[in-house]
Ligand binder design. Structure first.
Ligand code: SAM
Ligand code: SF4
Length: 454
């Protein structure tokens, strides 16, 4: 048995990739562990989206270099690999900057890890794989998948052809690619047989999904969702991250007629200013976005919305920023992520004139986050007294407590519920805490609990 430690940075697609790397290395005898200290192999699965994310990787590599030399002295050598988007973007530069690294593998080539390990074992000093053979990867990943609780991610689409002027993704993840419908259905069926009840479909632009259907035609995300909703055992479906340009009629309709599709939509807008949206090359206006929100709300009146925002994009004026605040007030989000613009080498916006000073970005970020936090708190408070279906995912900190997710992705803590892990149970929301909800089992759930105990 060998020990494998994977540290994951960034998005949920990296979380999925890390799990698949562990699946891939399991037949070689690698067993996942929670810390690097005793590991035989350490993989950093990295994120390149903002400068800070990249810096974190190099500082972690600095620490691991010392661990690796201690391990070599003790004659218990450790392999060190860098995977993910920093690996893709910086490639051989990583090996030059941190010679302790043995392997660099991009997000589209990690199925080659076993042969890279073999190359090192045969005496190669380093191994580097940063090609874009997407199809090959999904065909070569093992069917056997380890699960971690009743909720799982499944990547259905990768890459991006949108080229927003601030973003590295089209360069690190390559062109848009969609997996065939039945390949995905197979994976979801296998997961459901292992007790998975909730599937989140992942893609850099998940609603740009155009996969080959069983009829040989191209299927969109709405059709894929309808197909997956037929799979027994899967009770909840979600998808992320979607782009406003790809919210087509069928997908919007699916929100109204597929009961398993959860009433929560992450739909990043980035800015509320038409001028900035144009400079960002988002391909939609503020009005287009608001119309989509309205249509989704008509299809599914109880839907809650989430978004991503960037403040301090080059040239963003006070008026542009005010337009973002006004859009937030108009939409009223349940939750959202917001970031200071980070200039990424090689992207068009990084070379633009009128970069915004960091102090202005900070001030705008605080103002935006204050508004978003107020909306988030108001949304959570509006849940008090309601009864939600909660999927219990893991034990809580207190004995007997379980933590689950509401349909709106909020963590819900419930006492005396540990017998119900893996189940979807009715919970009455008693209180909204700053980052989660506190609930009690609804009467019907108590019966279910008694049945589970017998
Ligand atoms: N495909 C998604 C979309 O179009 O909205 C976003 C994917 S990206 C991995 C996640 C978020 O990171 C983006 O929505 C954006 O808000 C943020 N982001 C991307 N590039 C950024 C940059 N250069 N600076 C700051 N935030 C950035
Ligand atoms: Fe990046 Fe834009 Fe593609 Fe999203 S749509 S991944 S923000 S380039």
């Amino acid at each position: 048995m060998k020990k494998l430690y994977i540290k994951t940075y960034g998005c949920q697609m990296n979380v999925y990739d890390s799990a698949r790397m562990a699946d891939l290395l399991a037949p070689l005898g690698y067993v996942p562990v929670d810390e690097a200290e005793s590991a035989d192999m350490v993989i950093l699965n990295t994120c390149h989206i903002r400068e800070k994310a990249t810096e974190k990787v190099y500082s972690e590599l600095g620490k691991l270099k010392h661990l690796k030399s201690r391990r070599a002295e003790a004659e218990t050598p450790m392999l060190l690999a860098v995977a993910g988007c920093v690996a893709q973007a910086e490639g051989a530069e990583i090996l030059a900057r941190q010679p302790a690294v043995d392997m660099v593998v991009g997000p589209q080539s990690y199925h080659r890890l076993p042969e890279m390990i073999a190359r090192i074992a045969r005496g190669a000093s380093v191994a580097l794989e940063t090609d874009f053979p997407t199809e090959e990867k999904f065909d070569r990943l093992p069917e056997e998948q380890a699960t971690d609780g009743p909720a799982a991610f499944v990547t259905v689409q990768e890459g991006c052809d949108k080229f927003c002027t601030f973003c590295v993704v089209p360069y690190t993840r390559g062109a848009e690619f969609s997996r065939p419908v039945e390949q995905i259905a197979g994976e979801v069926t296998r997961l459901s047989k292992k007790g998975v009840r909730e599937i989140t479909l992942l893609g850099q632009n998940v609603n740009a999904y155009r996969g080959e259907g069983p009829d040989g035609k191209e299927w969109g995300l709405g059709q894929l969702i309808r197909r997956l909703a037929l799979i027994k055992g899967v009770e909840r479906l979600r998808y992320t991250t979607s782009h406003p340009r790809d919210m087509d009629d069928d997908l919007i309709a699916a929100h109204g007629d597929v009961a398993k599709l959860m009433p929560f939509l992450h739909l990043p807008v980035q800015s509320g200013s038409d001028r900035v949206l144009k400079e960002m090359n988002r391909g939609h206006s503020r009005e287009d976005y608001l119309k989509i929100v309205e249509r989704v709300r008509v299809a599914r009146p109880d839907i809650a919305l989430s978004s991503d925002f960037i403040v301090g994009f080059p040239g963003e004026s006070d008026a542009d920023f005010e337009a973002t605040l006004a859009l937030v007030r108009e939409v009223n989000y349940a939750q959202a992520f917001s970031f200071k613009y980070s200039a990424r080498p090689g992207t068009p916006a990084a070379a633009a004139a009128r970069q915004i000073p960091d102090a202005v970005k900070t001030e705008r970020l605080y103002a935006l986050q204050a508004l978003l936090n107020r909306q988030n708190q108001a949304f959570n408070q509006s849940c008090e007294g309601r009864v939600f279906d909660v999927l219990f995912e893991k034990p809580g900190r207190k004995p007997g407590q379980a933590v689950g997710r509401s349909p709106y992705l909020q963590p819900v803590h419930v006492n005396d519920a540990s017998a119900l892990l893996g189940e979807i149970v009715q919970v009455k929301i008693a209180a909204a805490l700053p980052n989660s909800l506190k609930g009690v089992l609804a009467p019907a759930a108590r019966l279910q609990q008694r049945a589970a105990a017998h």
